[in-house]
Design a protein around this ligand. Structure first.
Ligand SMILES: NC(=O)c1ccc[n+]([C@@H]2O[C@H](COP(=O)([O-])OP(=O)(O)OC[C@H]3O[C@@H](n4cnc5c(N)ncnc54)[C@H](O)[C@@H]3O)[C@@H](O)[C@H]2O)c1
Length: 314
């Protein structure tokens, strides 16, 4: 793979797996920009790291000095529920990302890969009542479309919900700022504490999501890099998903079976902005294009991989 890669947010969850895979595949370290507002220094050995904000104007010099030609942009705040409560924080983060793209456009970057989110959809349609998190994802997609060109190709990857750990226990998610569904359920199950399960009383349904293992998404990122020649247009957009959606209730049931702990839970009405059924059928199949077969194709397989990592950090 002849490219010089920058990963923003490379000390975060998906970024650290992507940097690790890139190092294993190419035997060279990617360059990472992360302000450590969420990331963890435990992943620093997989990359060369600059601890600065993506909006920092020094970035153009860093990109030029390292002859960077390709960017995987992952740096962002990432929680739908948090964004509803802390709108201003997410607005500021969105502005930093726009500033970053403006600066990147001043350099010789040829390929820009942006991690968007399936949370912009509900049942095959753009969701009407979007959270600030998803609103900003869409705005950045649109901005990137506007600035894309044959010399600045943009590939948007809308990720599903990413979960799972390295089965060896060496790498996984370690985020003390937001509570994601699987670590939250795990901690409560282990302490035999009551779990709040969000539920839509109006539609009489549990919210469902499409889940993918973090190693599959890191492999997909790598495959996209290997196949850049196949992305011929100036702007591409893909929805990435696993075979099946699961509800929060199914996640709890599956996890409690794996760790053999009985769940205690009560129901709470879900906020309308947290999409209910995250289903979107793609027109263009990215997995076919890059010839990738998903390794962790069931919830049970994905959740089994957490055992060693969760024991280590919780
Ligand atoms: N995890 C998921 O389920 C999921 C689903 C869909 C899309 N995504 C997207 O994938 C990307 C990575 O998600 P993740 O789960 O690895 O999140 P994460 O929080 O683990 O990692 C994000 C990283 O970005 C860094 N960061 C945030 N703002 C920054 C800034 N202004 N300057 C520099 N660094 C900054 C944080 O310190 C962190 O290390 C995000 O863009 C997210 O929206 C994630």
């Amino acid at each position: 793979m002849k490219l010089n890669l920058l990963i923003t947010g490379g000390l975060g969850y998906i970024g650290s797996f992507t940097a690790k895979k890139y190092l294993r595949k190419t035997r060279k370290k990617s360059l990472v920009i992360d302000n450590l507002s969420r990331g963890n220094f435990f992943a620093k050995k997989y990359s060369h790291n600059n601890i600065i904000d993506i909006s920092n104007s020094k970035l153009t010099k860093i990109i030029e000095k390292n002859k960077i030609d390709t960017i995987i942009h992952l740096a962002s705040f990432t929680c739908v529920r948090e964004s509803i409560k802390k709108k201003q924080k997410y607005f500021k983060n969105y502005k930093s990302q726009i500033k970053f793209i403006e600066n990147v456009k001043k350099t010789n970057i040829r390929h820009f890969i942006f991690s968007s989110s399936l949370s912009v959809f509900e049942k095959n349609k753009f969701k009407k009542n979007l959270s600030p998190y998803s609103t900003y994802k869409l705005k950045i997609e649109k901005y990137l479309k506007k600035v894309s060109s044959k010399n600045f190709k943009v590939i948007i990857l809308r990720y599903p919900n990413i979960i799972g750990s390295d089965p060896s226990g060496k790498l996984g998610e370690n985020n003390n700022f937001i509570s994601r569904i699987v670590p939250l359920f795990y901690k409560k199950l282990m302490k035999r504490k009551k779990i709040i399960l969000y539920y839509d009383y109006r539609r009489k349904t549990y919210p469902s999501r499409n889940y993918m293992h973090v190693q599959d998404i890191a492999n997909i990122n790598l495959k996209v890099l290997e196949n850049l020649k196949k992305f011929k247009k100036k702007y591409h957009i893909f929805n990435i998903q696993n075979n099946k959606e699961y509800s929060n209730f199914e996640v709890l049931k599956c996890l409690s079976k794996i760790i053999n702990k009985k769940p205690f839970f009560s129901l709470k009405q879900i906020n309308k902005k947290e999409s209910i059924n995250q289903i979107y059928k793609s027109k263009d199949d990215i997995l076919k294009l890059i010839k990738y077969k998903i390794k962790y194709d069931s919830l049970n397989k994905i959740l089994q991989t957490n055992a060693k990592w969760f024991k280590k950090i919780y």
